[in-house]
Write a protein that binds this ligand. Structure first.
Ligand SMILES: [Zn+2]
Ligand SMILES: [Zn+2]
Length: 349
């Protein structure tokens, strides 16, 4: 089969490789379409610390089960991981790419997305930038045949938005500021809107702010234009947002989140920040803040699938490019060179 292999940083080869065959408890998927995630880009750029070269990337995927081998003995369910029904050959599915160990403290207590020994398809094991891939049966989530491939692929990134929104306990009573209108920030926006919250989005890119408005943001603000606190007071009230979700991953924007959030509010970090952050201690106590991290998706793939199937979220609006598997490296170049106009690239084999 054909596969796009990230052989080393800044090096993608389209290779003819052996089609994988499923072992016990695994399915063989024929890939219909795969999205390119920011973490795939980090693997290409050499800044994804967990990526094992050479590897087939890709974990946002829709495909069809074309073969499967049942488990030899029933698997102990992992708390919090929803398995609606065992998949069948011929079924159209999307993927929860996480492969938690099942034995560590978070795995035993319903927080498997924080697994101490987490492995992820497309990072630690071959992923979806290929014609076929193998995945554990419990990673599969059925989707309807009528759903567009774009919408189906976007269920995985939307589920990241569900996770962070759940961490922030967002309800219709909340006013939310999302810092960063990339794919994940705009997915968070749609989940917050589906819960009835008012949402302001901040980003430097005019194109992304325009899209945020189209997707239901109450306000879309550029930090380059005027005072953010005043602008937020106008649209969300004088106390400031009750929730701030940081989807950039920079120390400066995390500190901005802590500064702008209302007293007694919640701040969720979803952007992977590699910088050290100097936390203002007095402010944390004075505001009695909940300062939370959000990682991957803990049982939120089915929730995201329901939102997409029901039309309550339209993450396919974030798809800006369709390319072929052979153009995987061009897709990475596009994400680097034209970030303002490139949100989600979908690859088809
Ligand atoms: Zn991803
Ligand atoms: Zn674990």
């Amino acid at each position: 089969m054909k596969a796009a292999v990230i052989v080393a940083p800044h090096e993608v080869e389209i290779r003819e490789v052996e089609r994988p065959s499923p072992g016990p408890g695994e399915a063989l998927l024929q890939i219909e379409a795969a999205g390119v995630c920011g973490s795939d880009l980090h693997a290409y750029e050499g800044t994804q610390p967990f990526f094992r070269y050479p590897q087939i990337g890709g974990h946002e995927v829709v495909g069809t089960v074309v073969g499967l081998v049942p488990h030899e003995e029933p698997l102990d369910p992992i708390p919090g991981r929803v398995q609606p029904h065992p998949p069948a050959v011929g079924e159209r599915v999307v993927l929860d790419p996480s492969m938690p160990c099942g034995g560590c403290y978070p795995c035993r207590t319903g927080r498997y997305n924080c697994c101490e020994r987490m492995r992820v398809l497309g990072v630690h094991a071959p992923g979806a930038f290929a014609e076929f891939m193998v995945a554990p049966l419990e990673c599969l989530q059925g989707v309807s045949a009528g759903l567009s491939a774009d919408a189906a692929v976007m269920i995985e990134p939307l589920s990241i938005g569900v996770e962070s929104t759940t961490r922030a306990r967002v309800t219709e009573a909340d006013s939310v500021l999302i810092i960063g209108a990339g794919t994940i920030g705009l997915c968070v926006l749609q989940v917050c809107r589906s819960r009835g919250a008012r949402v302001a989005v901040s980003d430097l890119s005019p194109g992304r702010l325009e899209l945020a408005r189209e997707l239901g943001a109450t306000a879309a603000l550029s930090p380059a234009e005027g005072d953010m606190r005043e602008a937020l007071a106008d649209v969300l009230g004088a106390s400031g947002p009750s929730v701030v979700i940081e989807a950039v991953g920079r120390a400066a924007t995390v500190l901005q989140a802590l500064d702008l959030v209302a007293a007694s509010g919640r701040v969720v970090m979803i952007g992977l920040c590699t910088e050290e952050i100097c936390i203002p201690g007095a402010l944390m106590v004075r505001k009695e803040l909940d300062f939370l991290g959000s990682r991957l998706h803990g049982g939120t793939i089915p929730v995201a699938a329901t939102l997409v199937e029901g039309g309550q979220a339209r993450p396919e609006r974030l798809v800006t490019h369709h390319m072929s598997l052979e153009e995987t490296e061009e897709a990475f170049r596009l994400m680097i060179d034209e970030p303002d106009t490139t949100l989600k690239v979908i690859l088809t084999p």
